[in-house]
Design a protein around this ligand. Sequence first.
Ligand code: FAD
Ligand code: NAI
Length: 469
Amino acid sequence: MTTSYDIVIIGGGPAGYNAAIRAGQLGLKSACIEMRDDENYGGTCLNVGCIPSKALLHASELFEAAQNDFAGLGIKTTGLKLDLPQMLKQKEEAVSGLTKGIDYLLKKNKADQYLGKGAIIDPNTVQVTDKKGKTQNLKTKNIIIATGSEVMPLPGVEIDEKRIVSSTGALTLSSVPKHMVVIGGGVIGLELGSVWRRLGAKVTVVEFLDKILPPMDNEVSKQFQRILKKQGMDFKLSTKVTGVEKLKSKLKVKIEPAKGGESDIIECDNVLVAIGRRPYTQGLGLENVGVAMDKRGFIETNHFATNVAGIYATGDCIHGPMLAHKAEDDAVACVEIIAGKAGHVNYDLVPNVVYTYPEVASVGRTEEELKTSGIAYKVGKFSFAANSRAKTNHETDGFVKVLADSQTDKILGVHIVGVGGGELIAEAVAVMEFGGASEDIARTCHAHPTRSEAVRQAAMGVEGWTMQS
Ligand code: FAD
Ligand code: NAI
């Protein structure tokens, strides 16, 4: 049977399902193909990424607060115990609830769903092969590749998803390890490392570079590392893992200085490999049509169009930050371009949030980037220790830092370490999207008592009139 579409989308993650929704809204007939074994739409984000990790971060944060903070708030608990199976179950419920929501949205927008692996036969034909090997050809005017990314492997460290895990295995461990070694002090390492530390594991993070969260502002990385250390996380910076030996009852992680030198061994029960992700385009048939990729396997695009007419790509498999909201924005802009509109994504203003305690959130340029580019800037900073809401809630770790152009006062970057940072950053993104100045935030009324007042006070600091510290 042959069916004909305006757009066939390969991949049902944030880049894929949002493309299908937008296509439906614009009156374009679309199909969305997804190959996950569990037949769930939602991609990495909903199934093994953003959502399950946040479900565990939320629950483990409350568990730790119940242990450490409740008594001080006048809440007595007795017999507090971890019920790990229930914690994992509520995570699965969050996932299944949200993936069902995607099915509903696809239906609502009249997108046909195909379960199986999609492969491009020619620019107007996509073949779907289902689990039983049955194939079906879909005819289409346009194709969007939204096949996402996969875990970056580390040579010499074989992931078995039981003892040596990627993020996927780290979301389903059936018991709390005594000691977990995390390879990579990036977002996944710090988020999932935090989960297991809160639940009782000793966590050692081995990071190749000399700072955690390497792309972040240096001051943010340093203070955040201090906070995590205070919480009990150990760090070995400028260190590389050269191999992991699997013994019956433990793992031996071999480490040595990143620049070379004497090696050492760390013994542990679990290793989490979190050294990044890489684009996933296997078996897509890109060679059939000659779609160009760069050396690292990212599909080359110009405003989402590949080098082959009618074939587009979006999300983690193209350049840019590997984030769900970036994938979503790619999807909307790409479909709008296909529909003849002026789709656009401002990649300079994609916010970045690490959902730890406290959260880390940033948008725009770091101080280091501004220095390297020779841009003159002013800094306004405000500590949560001086923010009334944060103080009242005993959540004073962290600060807000606003970087603005010395001449024009235009905001160039905002960096937050603090509880609720992931929500607070939205104000900065909105103001920056309008080309706003620090004075725009400084002179905007902010409700009291809220943490958002810290953002305002930091903005005031750019012109030197912070009032509350
Ligand atoms: P994906 O979500 O990877 O979706 C691609 C889909 O395509 C997959 O479902 C795959 O099965 C399917 N597919 C691939 N090839 C084919 C084919 N040939 N045929 C049919 N289907 C195919 N981002 C955030 O913004 N916030 C977070 O908090 C966050 N947390 C994360 C936590 C973890 C542990 C991980 C691993 C990632 C996290 N991310 C987060 C990143 C986020 O998940 C990705 O950026 C996002 O999912 C990318 O969307 P995508 O649609 O491009 O790709
Ligand atoms: P990452 O790029 O954030 O961090 C990887 C870290 O590993 C870096 O600090 C890097 O220097 C280090 N590293 C690389 N090779 C190493 C080695 N051999 N030994 C030791 N350290 C090494 O990648 P991560 O954490 O795997 O996450 C992948 C992607 O998923 C990220 O790009 C992020 O965009 C996305 N993600 C986003 C989240 C969020 O938005 N909150 C949460 C989780 C993931």
